[in-house]
Design a protein around this ligand. Structure first.
Ligand code: HEC
Ligand code: HEC
Length: 406
C-alpha cells in the first residue's frame, strides 16, 4: 500500500519536473521509492525463515532429513560452511557447548540446533518419534546462501549478517550428500566448491558455477543478477524460490524457455513484495576504518575516474550504469570463462552483463561472476592488461585502495 503510493507520487513528481524542465528528472530517481520499514520487517522473516514449501524437494525428493540425522554432526555442518545463529541458542546450550557436555560430533546436536531454529538458512521440523527427537521435514531459506554470521561466539557461530554472501558454504557438496542423485550429477555438484553455485545447471544442464553474490546494496538498482535478467529483485527471487529451492509456485521465462511449476498451492508470489523490500533495505556494509589507506584511496579515485576509465561504466552513486544499459560479453574482462566453460551470459535471458555495483566490495572476494579474480589486485591487473590501460604500479596500488574504500 504505502510502497505503491510512494512510487506513484515519485513518478508524478517526476512528470511534473519533466514538464517544467526536461533535464531535471532522471528515470533512476523515479524508480527509487523509499524503503517501507513495515514491509521490510515482514520480508526479513521471509528471507530468514521461509521455505516456500520447498521441503517437498529437500525432504521428499533429496531425503536430506535422513542424511542430516545420520551423518551431519555440528562439526561436519560447520565444515561445509553452514552457520549457527548464536542468538537463537539458550544459555544452557551455550554453556554445554563451552564445557563439552553438548557434543559437536553427534548428529543429535544438529537436530537440537534445528529444533531451536538456529542453523542459518536451514528449517527443520523436529517431532518426537518413540520418545526421540526426530527430524521429519527439512527445507532451505534464502539465508542459506545470502547470510553469514560474525563468528562472535566461535568460527561459524555468531550473530546473523543478512545479505552477506556465505562464501564458506559449499552448496554443491551439501546437495551431493543426497542418496537420491545419480553419480554423474553428484560429480557436477561436487565440482563447484565453496562459495559457488550454478543457478542454471538444473535447467540447462551446463556446468558453470557462479560466485554467490551479496544481497545487499541493491537499493535503486533495477537490473538484477550478473546479467541483468530481472528488472526488479523480485523477478530473480521468484526464479530461485521456485526453480532452485523447490518452493511451491510458478516461474516462466520465454527468453530462456524456463517453465517450472511446483505444487498447486502458490507459496511464493504473495511474499515477493515484502521479500524484495527487505533486500532493498540492506545497505552494503561500510569498510572497517583500518582496512584501507585513505590517502591512497583518494589518489585512486582520480585513477578510477581518469586513466583507468572505470567510471565510464561504473558511474553514479552505485557505481553502475545498470539502469540504462547492459554490456556485451566482448566488453567484459571476465570472459572467456575459465576452464573452457560456456559463456555464462549465453545461458541467460539477456546474453549480456550488468556492470557490477561496487559498494561493499571489501567484503566479498572473489570477484567477477565466475570468481576469476581472487583479489582486488587481480581485478585491477585484469583490467590493466585486457583493456591495455598502461597504468603505473603506483596507480594500480592506489586504485586497489580506492576499491577497498567503497
Ligand atoms: C543455493 C544458493 C542460493 C540460494 C538458496 C539463493 N541464492 Fe540468491 N543467488 C545465488 C547465486 C549463485 C546468484 C548469482 C546469479 C547470477 O548472477 O546469475 C544469486 C543471485 C541473487 C541476487 C542478485 C544480486 C544482484 O547483485 O543482482 C539476489 C538479490 C538474490 N540472489 C537473492 C536471493 C533470495 C531472496 C533468495 C531466496 C528466495 C535467494 N537468493 C536464494 C545463490 C543463491
Ligand atoms: C565496459 C564497462 C566497464 C568498464 C570500463 C569497467 N568495468 Fe568493472 N565491471 C563491468 C562489468 C560488466 C562487470 C561485471 C563482470 C562480471 O560479473 O563478470 C564489472 C565488474 C567489476 C568488478 C567486480 C565486482 C564484483 O562484485 O565482483 C570490479 C571490482 C570492477 N568491475 C572494477 C573496475 C575497475 C577498477 C575498472 C577500471 C580499471 C572497471 N571496473 C572498468 C564493466 C566495466
Amino acid at each position: 500500500m504505502f510502497q505503491s503510493g510512494g512510487k506513484r507520487s515519485a513518478v508524478l513528481g517526476c512528470l511534473f519536473v519533466l514538464a517544467a524542465a526536461p533535464s531535471g528528472c532522471s528515470s533512476d530517481e523515479a524508480a527509487t521509492p523509499a524503503v517501507d520499514p513495515t514491509l521490510a520487517a515482514m520480508g526479513k522473516d521471509i528471507f530468514r525463515f521461509d521455505t516456500f514449501g520447498d521441503e517437498t524437494f529437500w525432504t521428499d525428493t533429496l531425503m536430506m532429513n535422513t542424511v542430516i540425522s545420520t551423518a551431519v554432526d555440528p562439526t561436519t555442518a560447520l565444515t561445509v560452511g553452514l552457520k549457527v545463529d548464536a542468538e537463537a541458542i539458550p544459555a544452557d546450550v551455550v554453556a554445554g557447548v563451552q564445557n563439552g557436555t553438548v557434543s559437536l560430533t553427534s548428529p543429535a546436536t544438529t537436530i537440537a540446533l534445528l529444533k531451536l531454529n538456529a542453523v542459518v538458512g536451514v528449517k527443520g521440523t523436529v517431532e518426537s518419534v518413540g520418545g526421540v527427537d526426530t527430524l521429519t521435514r527439512v527445507g532451505i531459506t534464502c539465508a542459506l546462501c545470502h547470510s553469514t554470521v560474525d563468528n562472535s561466539f566461535m568460527a561459524g557461530i555468531g550473530k546473523r549478517l543478512d545479505g552477506w554472501p556465505n562464501h564458506d558454504l559449499n552448496p554443491g557438496a551439501i546437495i551431493a550428500l543426497s542418496p537420491a542423485l545419480p553419480a554423474d550429477k553428484k560429480a557436477v555438484y561436487n565440482s563447484w566448491g565453496a562459495g559457488k553455485y550454478d543457478p542454471r545447471y538444473n535447467q540447462d544442464g551446463m556446468n558453470g558455477p557462479q560466485v554467490i553474490p551479496p544481497a545487499f546494496g541493491l537499493l535503486g538498482i533495477n537490473s538484477i543478477t550478473a546479467t541483468g535478467d530481472g528488472t526488479d529483485i523480485a523477478y530473480w527471487n521468484r526464479y530461485v524460490a521456485v526453480t532452485q529451492m523447490g518452493g511451491h509456485g510458478t516461474f516462466t521465462e520465454s527468453r530462456t524457455g524456463v517453465e517450472v511449476t511446483n505444487g498447486t498451492d502458490d507459496q511464493v508470489s504473495a511474499k515477493l513484495p515484502a521479500l524484495q523490500e527487505y533486500q532493498r533495505s540492506i545497505a552494503a556494509p561500510a569498510p572497517p576504518a583500518d582496512s584501507f589507506n585513505a590517502a591512497a584511496a583518494a589518489r585512486g579515485k582520480t585513477v578510477f575516474e581518469g586513466a583507468g576509465k572505470c567510471a565510464t561504466c561504473h558511474s553514479g552513486s552505485e557505481f553502475t550504469d545498470a539502469n540504462s544499459k547492459l554490456h556485451e560479453p566482448s566488453e567484459v574482462v571476465s570472459e572467456p570463462e575459465p576452464g573452457g566453460v560456456a559463456s555464462y551470459a549465453s545461458r541467460t535471458a539477456t546474453k549480456k552483463y550488468r556492470t557490477a555495483p561496487l559498494k561493499g566490495l571489501w567484503q566479498h572476494a572473489p570477484y567477477f561472476h565466475n570468481g576469476s579474480a581472487a583479489t582486488l589486485d587481480a581485478v585491477v591487473e585484469t583490467y590493466d592488461s585486457k583493456k591495455t590501460l598502461g597504468l603505473t604500479a603506483d596507480q594500480k596500488a592506489d586504485l586497489v585502495q580506492y576499491l577497498k574504500s567503497l
